[in-house]
Structures are given as C-alpha cells and as structure tokens.
Design a protein around this ligand. Sequence first.
Ligand code: PLP
Length: 393
Amino acid sequence: MKNEVIQKADHVIAKTYKRFPVVLTKGEGCRLWDKDGKSYVDFVAGIAVCNLGHAHPRVAKAISEQAGILFHTSNLYYTVPQIKLATWLTENSFADRVFFCNSGAEANEAAIKLARKYFKEKGENNRFRIVSMEKSFHGRTMATLSATGQEKIRKGFEPELEGFDYVPFNDLDALQRRIDVTTCAVLVEPIQGEGGIRCPASEYFATVRRMCNEAGVLLIFDEIQTGIGRTGKLFAYEHFGIEPDIMTLAKALGNGLPIGAMLAKENVAEAFGPGSHASTFGGTPLVTAASLEVVNVLFEENILDHCMKIGAYFKDKLFWLKDRHSSVEDVRGIGLLLGMKLKTDGDDVVISCMERGFLINCIQGNILRFIPPLTIEREEIDALVKCLDEVLD
Ligand SMILES: *Cc1c(COP(=O)(O)O)cnc(C)c1O
C-alpha cells in the first residue's frame, strides 16, 4: 500500500509526526497536488502559514529577485529589506521595535526573555513568573513548552523551566488570583489555536489589560497563529480594543518562508541592548524581502476584507451543517480561523475528506480546524461543505 518514497521516509526521518500517506509535490493558490497527480483543496495552508496561497507569483518573484542579489549578511550589518519590513510592522501595529528570528517558538522565547529582562533592568529581580493559559500552545523549545498549558506537550521533558503558572482561559477571577508581585507578564493567544479555536468572552481582554496595568505586569499576545490577517484584521488584538506590550508573530509572516518576529513598545523594548539576544538567521534579506511582499500583497489586494466576508460566509455554512448533523456540537472562530467541534472522533472525517480531495485538520481529537489561504473563494467552501455533509452522514 505504502509507496516507495514513504517507505524510505519512514527509515530516515525522525518519528515526531504522524503523517498522512501522501507526498505533496506542487501547489498553486488554494490547491495542492500529490506525486500521483491527485489534487486537493487546501483548508490547512501549512497550519495557517500560506495565507496568500501556494506559489504566489509576486512572493515567488520577490524571493528569486532577492536571491539573485543577497541572501544573508549577519546582523552585524544593516540590510534594506529588514529595515523596510520592521518599518512596515511598526507603522501598522502598536509596536515601536521588532526583533527578527526564524519561528514561532523563537519569537516567544524572545518575548519571555524580554519580559524577564525588563524587570531585571528595573531592579525587580523577583518578578520573573509568567502566567499563561490552560490549553494554550506557545511552542516546543524548553521555555515555550514550559509556557504551554498542555500536560501532553510538557510530559517527558521535565524538569521544566521554572516560573510558569497556568490559569483557565476566559477565567478573570483565576487570573486575578494568580497575578502577584512575582509576576512579570501574562502570555496569551487572543484566540487559542491548537487548543481548539477557543475565543475570548466579550470584554475579557479589556479586563485582562486593566488587571495587567493595575499590577504593573506586561501583556504578551502570542499572535503566531492569529496574526497577519487570519482573523480578518491584520492582528487579532484589533478586535478587542486594546493593545498588548509585546506581540509575537511567525506562521503567515513569510507565507511559508521561515520567519518569526517579536514586537514591543519602546519602553519595554529598551530592556534589550547589544548582546541581550541574537539570532544568526534572524531577518535575513531573503526572508524579509519575501515577507515585505507578503504584507504588500495583503493590503494591495484587500485580502483582509475578503477574509472577513468569506469567513462569515464559511461560518454560516458550518452552522448549516450543525443544524443538519447531530454529531456537530459547536461552531466557532473569527475570520478564517474556524473550528467545528464534533461529539465523535474527527480523524476519520479528515481521512474521508482527504480521499475526496480536501485537506482539513483535526485538533484535540474532535475539533475540525479550517484555516485555508485567505484567498479562498465561495465555490471552494461550497465544495468542502458538500463533502462534509456527505461524510458526516
Ligand atoms: C504554531 C504556534 C507556535 C509555535 O510556532 P513554531 O514556528 O512551530 O515554533 C506558537 N504559538 C502559537 C499560537 C502557534 O500557533
């Protein structure tokens, strides 16, 4: 059954992923092809990464042009694409400064280090604890898995990094009780991604912001999954009428090229001086030139607007499915970060959809997650909904 390529992979690649038996070889827009020529409509987008779709011609051109000029120099020197991207990000967010790295976990590592350093600089040496949320996901490095409120991700890697406390998401009383004079920051995803597309109650973040201010604690938003248009706004914090002090980005920032970023307000960012933190590959001219084109396309082609509208359309269709199928328990999310919770196991649904030419993703065992490129169109959504209608029967 398994083809030769997959048999080979099973011998040489670390066993950290449970993979589907398909070898993908080509992509264009919202579509992918496997090596046998079968095509799939992609509602995974590399886990909320390829927001502009696959092989976007403008991004491909930006990469190849920059590749012919300069890949990498080291951050001992300035490069123009990095400065342009940092300028764009600061002009379009609450933040004043940007640190570039290569992944989400690294961006969160930088945020954790900055929060601790901020209080060390003020002489508050005991303020180093970070409160994060149960069912959160912040990455797989030692610091970021320690910040992650999911036992299954931390188990086996003890001892964890010291200084992390978890409270239930959406529970303001628990948060209030947990914050004390040893707390340096609250770290939170505006909408929990891996945890199951869990949305904040209205006014939740307004109160969290107020609590942080009152306690003199920093607020860190992990927008690695929600940022760069996924929820219909450039950043999800814009939905809640508040601003964090620090924000982390990665996933969609490079539309597939590896780039992460940690953004902060000036008064916080100034705790990092020369030598505080570094990354060899962080913000190379190649990846920043690609990202710059990504964000330019996002604005020039009005993709946020499209995401908001098509996301609402998609969500309506998911509610329509919920009405028709008793196995559907809940539909939730904003923009094109949508989830549908089942009363039954979701893995079989994913496989049946795949056989019918649709890639979808299941998290936490029974929550189907829909995170297509933001350029997805009605016809593609209608086709998936028809497929789900059959599969759920
Ligand atoms: C994916 C993700 C991360 C980790 O990013 P990596 O690039 O895999 O290290 C962290 N936080 C959130 C919210 C994510 O969705």
